[in-house]
Design a protein around this ligand. Structure first.
Ligand code: HGY
Ligand code: MN
Ligand code: MN
Length: 301
């Protein structure tokens, strides 16, 4: 960020901000990722934003590297009160652009998601002396629920059990308690509600579906006329900014390897990433120029 000529600061949550001047227009993404994740989820958007800022030496703007996006975006909530506009570049994390043979895509909206856990109670017992029919095996009930979660998502939306905690978790003890994670996604609020009801659990965290909008979206469409437009099934920091009322847009970079993501197989090409830098550079300059021209004469720098 310093090499790009930005003034760098960090907040108490560990978010990293690079500013030039008033910095009303921002770009960036997150630096955290999932266990054993890929190298592009988040980091790609941070590096592309820094590169674009380094080219726009006369443009006042900001670049941000958020913390803790994967665990229910916390970092991005801080930026909501700062900017007039936010543009996030992100690897698509899906197969659409690769199937279309397109290097870049414009995001029109971000699917809603809810997360929570369900706990199954059983009774600890000796694996070698407790008859099968005498057992209250929490893991058997949890296993049935895991299948139920998957079947519930058959008619729309997505539902995933990614983590299981088995207590006491010993080879020779019948499980007495099992906690199951639930992750549910749907492009509409109605679809989300239907899936929550079908699964039958109480979410503890929610992000409603949200649209991209305003000057950042118009700028991407102006810079990339005719580019494919798609809804993101993955959540992003951009959804938090948009939900806070900040005009927000996202640019997707083609995922290779069939859209593999949250996996070491995640991949975008250097050529596509270079194109994204060109597009983001033009779009940020356009958003800031339009913002300035919309200011009353006496407020312009
Ligand atoms: O889970 C998501 O959609 C994002 O990767 N945090
Ligand atoms: Mn991400
Ligand atoms: Mn991710």
């Amino acid at each position: 960020m310093q090499e790009a000529g930005l003034e760098v600061s960090r907040d108490e949550a560990g978010n990293l901000f690079g500013r030039r001047g008033a910095a009303c227009v921002w770009s960036g993404s997150h630096l955290d990722t999932v266990p054993n994740g890929g190298r592009f989820d988040g980091a790609l958007g941070v590096v592309v934003a820094i590169e674009a800022a380094g080219r726009l030496r006369d443009t006042e703007l900001g670049v941000v590297a958020f913390r803790a996006e994967e665990t229910g975006p916390m970092g991005s909530r801080r930026l909501a009160e700062l900017p007039d506009a936010f543009v996030e570049v992100h690897i698509e994390q899906g197969p659409v652009l690769e199937l279309l043979g397109e290097p870049l895509g414009i995001v029109t909206g971000i699917a809603g998601q809810v997360r929570g856990t369900v706990t199954f109670e059983g009774r600890a017992a000796h694996a070698g002396t407790t008859p099968i029919d005498e057992r209250a095996d929490a893991l058997i009930e949890a296993a049935k629920f895991v299948l139920h979660v998957r079947e519930s998502a058959r008619d729309g939306g997505l539902a995933t059990v990614g983590a299981l905690e088995v207590v006491p978790g010993a080879t020779n003890v019948v499980p007495e308690r099992v906690t199951v994670s639930v992750d549910v996604r749907a492009p509409t609020a109605d679809g989300l509600e239907k899936l929550i009801e079908a699964i039958g659990f109480e979410p503890t965290w929610r992000q409603d579906p949200i649209g991209m909008s305003g000057p950042p979206l118009e700028a991407l469409r102006a810079v990339l006329p005719g580019a494919p437009e798609l809804v993101s099934g993955a959540g992003h920091d951009a959804m938090v900014l948009a939900a806070a009322g900040v005009p927000t847009a996202m640019l997707f970079v083609r995922s290779l390897n069939g859209g593999a993501s949250h996996s070491p197989n995640e991949l975008s090409s250097a050529e596509d990433i270079a194109l994204a830098v060109d597009v983001l550079t033009e779009a940020l300059a356009l958003v800031e120029a339009n913002r300035l021209s919309a200011l009353p004469e006496h407020e312009r720098p």
